[in-house]
Design a protein around this ligand. Structure first.
Ligand code: B1M
Length: 283
């Protein structure tokens, strides 16, 4: 039975601006056994420090202690790379440091991917994913792709900087139910829109449900460009993708009814989270 450790909260990461000792004092992962809490802080600090071998070395003891691969991805790996993003934004880090930290994420994901994907038991559909043209960021897209695979999808990952015509060729070749565009830059998010426009121009918009995601992407952007679903994170993307091939399989891509159904899933999740919080607060 894997250890349950809360990862869904939006943590205060201020301690990551100081040092490891400060992290030991935060309330992040207080529900974990103390040695696992410490291990998580070591993982996040090794990602921040760009130590990829050490990061990989710490993944195995966590797995041996029954921490699930998903908890590692959503827990210390997410907080570590978030702090790297903050440092980059504040000019405390430059590209070489960010590249070292990205290498840590890739090394850890290399260990975790086969374990996550091994959860796949049935084939429920096909998804084509890629990072849009001009954009080299692929860590989040890889996480989404492996979670989709674990949920039963066959995933065709086209890689990074994928031009619209390559998405279109892959849709023709693989006939997926879903196509997903990842974008991490405000300068490349427009390529999600361009790709949708080209899908329409080819008369293919109804053939496929379009998902969008990535740090600068929002529900408002999804609405504006006429995508069907926005995935704020990998778990939400999987929840919506499953709904698209199950209860909403007969609704075509681009149909406002599908967009409405995806929004209803968000509303339902928010209501459930609020009810959970209320239950905790009232003891
Ligand atoms: Co870049 N970078 N980077 N970078 N980088 C950002 C995105 C930035 C926000 C950093 C900052 O300023 N704080 C900033 C963008 C600013 C902006 O556009 N306004 C930035 C910049 C500026 C750049 C360069 C332009 C820097 C330069 O050259 N001067 C350059 C661009 C290169 C290019 O793409 N052409 C660049 C380069 C790089 C590296 C190569 C060094 C490296 C990428 C390595 C790699 O991916 N192989 C890198 C990194 C690592 C980052 C940060 C630090 C981390 C990104 C990441 O992996 N996050 C990032 C800071 C940040 O995002 N806060 C930053 C972790 C990942 C798990 O989250 O990708 O959001 P994320 O994915 C989530 C969700 O968004 C969602 O699910 C995922 C899992 O939960 N999701 C989807 C993602 N895709 C989805 C698709 C879906 C559904 C959900 O459906 C299809």
């Amino acid at each position: 039975m894997p250890l349950f450790i809360e990862t869904e909260k939006e943590w205060d990461l201020e301690d990551l601006q100081y040092d490891f000792e400060d992290s030991l004092e935060t309330d992040r992962w207080l529900d974990a056994p103390p040695d696992i809490k410490e291990l998580f802080h070591e993982i996040e600090w090794n990602i921040i420090d760009g130590e990829h071998e050490e990061t990989s070395d710490l993944i195995h003891p966590a797995l041996d202690a029954d921490v699930s691969p998903r908890t590692l991805v959503a827990g210390p790996m997410a907080t570590g790379i978030a702090e790297v993003g903050r440092r980059f934004k504040m000019d405390e880090y430059f590209l070489p440091e960010v590249m070292m930290s990205a290498k840590c994420m890739h090394s850890a994901l290399g260990i975790l991917k086969p374990l996550i994907v091994a959860e796949k038991s049935e084939d429920i559909g096909t998804v084509v994913v890629g990072t849009v043209q001009g954009d080299l960021h692929d860590i989040g897209k890889k996480i989404v792709a492996m979670m989709l695979e674990a949920a039963g999808f066959t995933v065709i990952d086209l890689g990074v900087t994928v031009p619209p015509e390559d998405f279109i060729a892959a849709i023709r070749e693989h006939d997926p139910q879903i196509v997903g565009f990842s974008a991490l830059l405000t300068t490349t998010m427009n390529m999600q829109w361009e790709t949708i426009k080209q899908l329409k121009a080819e008369g293919m918009r109804g053939d496929v449900k379009v998902f969008v995601g990535g740090a600068p992407i929002s529900q408002g952007w999804c609405d504006k460009i006429g995508a069907d679903a926005y995935g704020v994170d990998a778990l939400v993307a999987v929840e919506k993708a499953k709904a698209c091939v199950q209860e909403y399989r007969d609704i075509k891509g681009g149909d406002p009814a599908l967009h409405g159904a995806m929004l209803a899933l968000d509303a339902e999740r928010v209501a459930q989270q609020a009810a959970k919080l209320e239950a905790v607060a009232s003891g």
